[in-house]
Ligand binder design. Structure first.
Ligand code: FPP
Length: 242
């Protein structure tokens, strides 16, 4: 399948926020007779290139699914390799400065190793004022857990008398999620041929366009992203209206 375009669409047709489920690393490795960790390493190399392409194209928010709450079930060796890739990615502060990128981690960081939590804290703090692009990394993230956490935060405010149940609106609830203050994703891309959301941004994707592509994530190029953006631009978005 072609699934490639040499250039992106006009800026006025671009999404403001895209989410990417980086899938197919394991299959990419298996096809080459390599251990799964090598697939993740190849996938991690693609991340920077695709985010730079988003920035250059004019997409201000990107969310990538790096580690789900379910991924801990994988063999220890694979989980450790993923954490090591994230460690490297999150400690490259020079890159965030150079790209003027703001980094936000979505998910429960409490169970992560202390040094990784420290890298996350530092990266978020030091990049908070950067304005060219916001990069959300979903890490130990699960959408249902995020929604339950939001419900608890609001319930706590009610219990303390700072909020009335009837003041809980969709807007107020959105502010209790990790993505508070950011636009909802307009487009979700899942490479590798799988067609599901896998507990990714379930609240935020209520009206998102979904695009499933056949390419495996380590083979994903800026041309594949251009293709996805053209598909998005062609779809007519009605938000339930006519
Ligand atoms: C899914 O492929 C991918 C993951 C579970 C991890 C994605 C993580 C990275 C690309 C690297 C770390 C991220 C950053 C930001 C540096 P899979 O293993 O489920 O593939 P399969 O379905 O082919 O087995």
């Amino acid at each position: 399948m072609k699934e490639r375009e040499s250039s992106p669409p006009e800026r006025e047709y671009l999404p403001r926020h895209i989410g990417i489920i980086m899938d197919g690393n394991g299959r990419w490795a298996r096809a080459r007779g390599l251990p799964r960790e090598m697939g993740h390493r190849a996938g991690a190399k693609v991340v920077g290139e695709i985010i730079r392409h988003c920035k250059k194209t004019g997409i201000p928010h990107v969310t990538i699914y790096a580690l789900s709450t379910e991924n801990w079930k994988r063999p220890r060796k694979e989980v450790d390799a993923l954490l090591e890739l994230l460690r490297r990615y999150l400690s490259d502060m020079e890159e965030y400065r150079r790209e003027n990128a703001r980094l936000i981690v979505l998910g429960d960081t409490a169970p992560l190793p202390p040094d990784l939590r420290e890298s996350i804290r530092k990266a978020q703090e030091e990049s908070a004022g950067n304005t060219a692009i916001t990069v959300n990394i979903a890490l130990n993230y699960g959408s249902r857990a995020e929604i339950v956490r939001g419900a608890r935060l609001l319930a706590q405010e009610c219990a303390e008398g700072r909020l009335l149940p009837e003041e809980i609106t969709e807007e107020r609830f959105s502010k209790a999620l990790y993505t508070a203050g950011q636009p909802d994703p307009d487009l979700i891309i899942r490479p590798s041929g799988e067609q599901r959301l896998s507990n990714f941004l379930l609240w935020q994707t209520a009206y998102a366009e979904l695009l499933f592509m056949d390419v495996l994530w380590p083979d994903f190029t800026p041309e594949h992203l251009n293709y996805a953006l053209h598909q998005y631009a062609r779809r007519s978005r009605r938000f339930g209206g006519v």
